[in-house]
Every structure is written in C-alpha cells, then in structure tokens.
Design a protein around this ligand. Structure first.
Ligand SMILES: [Zn+2]
Ligand SMILES: [Zn+2]
Length: 213
C-alpha cells in the first residue's frame, strides 16, 4: 500500500515538474501556433462558412415566394429586405465563429499532440467525445496534461526531451538540484539561489564549453 501511494506521489511530482518545465521553456506565440493547423482545415472552414451564408441568404430571399416568413419576422416588410439579410448574415457569422474556433482547436490538439510525442488520435477522440456533455473540458484537460516540447540543451544546444535526466550529447544535468538544500536549480546556475551553495564546483569538470550553434 505504501509502495502504491509512493508511486502515485512520484508520478504526481513528475507531472508537476513537467508543467514547470513547460512554463519555463515554452514561449508559444499565437501566430506561430496557429500555423500548425493544416491549411486544408482552414480552407474547409472558410468554404463551409461561405456556403452557409449563401444558403441562408437564398432561403431567406425566396421565403415570400413560398409563402413563408422572412427572418427575422419583424423585418419582413418590403423595404427591409436588406436589413433582414444583414441580420441573418450576422447570426450565421456568430454561429460560424464558434464552429470555426472549435474546429481549429481540435485540429490544433491533433497536430500539437503529435509533435509532443503523445497519442494524437486518442486525444482528438477524447475531445470530441467530451464535447456534447462536458463541453470544452477535454481541451482544458489536454492543455494541462500535454507533454513539454523538446527544448535545446542549455549547455550544447542539442534537442532534449523534458523527461531526460541528462543530455545524451554532453551529459549536462538537466534536472539539477542543489546538493546542500536539495532544491531544484537551473542547469547552468553557478550558485544556488536558495542557500548560496557553490554549484559550479560540484559540476563535472569534463563538460564541454557551451558552443554557439
Ligand atoms: Zn547538451
Ligand atoms: Zn541550495
């Protein structure tokens, strides 16, 4: 039992550590992130939006011929056709924005999970399953749980996973802690920011100098 709770605690600590790594190493910008959404998804959403607008307008304008009411009914008078069409177009646009935001977010998760080495099909399905009953909760869980992106080793610049303990290229300690107070410190700190312990002295003398790659 103690063994089990120890495992849960350590996996929880690892999860918290990964979240800290993500906050520290990832500087994501919206414009760059948006670009990982496949082009065809964006084109598809735009085409669907235009089709929806065209159908709504067509149905509305031909309504009087079929003896039906124009939407919105308050504007059904002869002189208000343009106004009614604009109101309808605005409504379709509003619905379209929500629809597009959801499609783009789902496409983003699909691509983002893949580049983070996560199961992208599983996460996409999870988000779609959660949607009808739990709304956007699937997205919230995803943004909390996602693995950090690989980042450049602070010493040699080689790409390293957030789960690595050491850089496979230069053996830089990627999860260093102060030997004196045991608190987490940054990879290249010279002195512990908490107790002032000299960290450079304890580091391997053989580590190569940082290169300017
Ligand atoms: Zn390295
Ligand atoms: Zn310390």
């Amino acid at each position: 039992m103690a063994d089990y709770s120890q495992k849960v605690t350590s996996s929880f600590n690892e999860r918290m550590r990964l979240m800290r790594v993500r906050r520290k190493k990832e500087k994501l910008r919206f414009a760059e992130e948006f670009r990982i959404i496949p082009r065809w998804v964006i084109v598809l959403v735009i085409v669907l939006f235009l089709i929806a607008q065209a159908i709504a307008l067509l149905v509305n304008l031909t309504a009087p011929e079929r003896g039906e009411q124009v939407f919105p009914p308050e504007l059904s008078g002869q002189g208000h056709v343009v106004l009614a069409s604009l109101a309808l177009a605005g409504l379709v646009t509003l619905v379209g924005i929500f629809f597009a935001a959801f499609v783009f977010l789902t496409a983003y998760v699909n691509r983002d999970a893949a580049r983070r080495g996560m199961n992208s099909a599983l996460w996409t399905i999870l988000i779609l399953i959660f949607l009808p009953t739990w709304g956007l909760i699937g997205l919230v869980i995803y943004f909390l749980m996602r693995e950090p992106l690989p980042y450049p080793c602070p010493q040699c610049g080689a790409s390293v996973s957030a789960r690595f303990n050491f850089c496979p290229n230069c053996k830089c300690n990627l999860q260093p802690s102060c030997p004196q107070c045991k608190r987490e410190v940054a990879e290249l700190d010279k002195f512990c920011p908490y107790c002032g312990n000299d960290l450079a002295a304890g580091r391997t003398e053989l580590a190569p100098q940082p290169s300017n790659l």
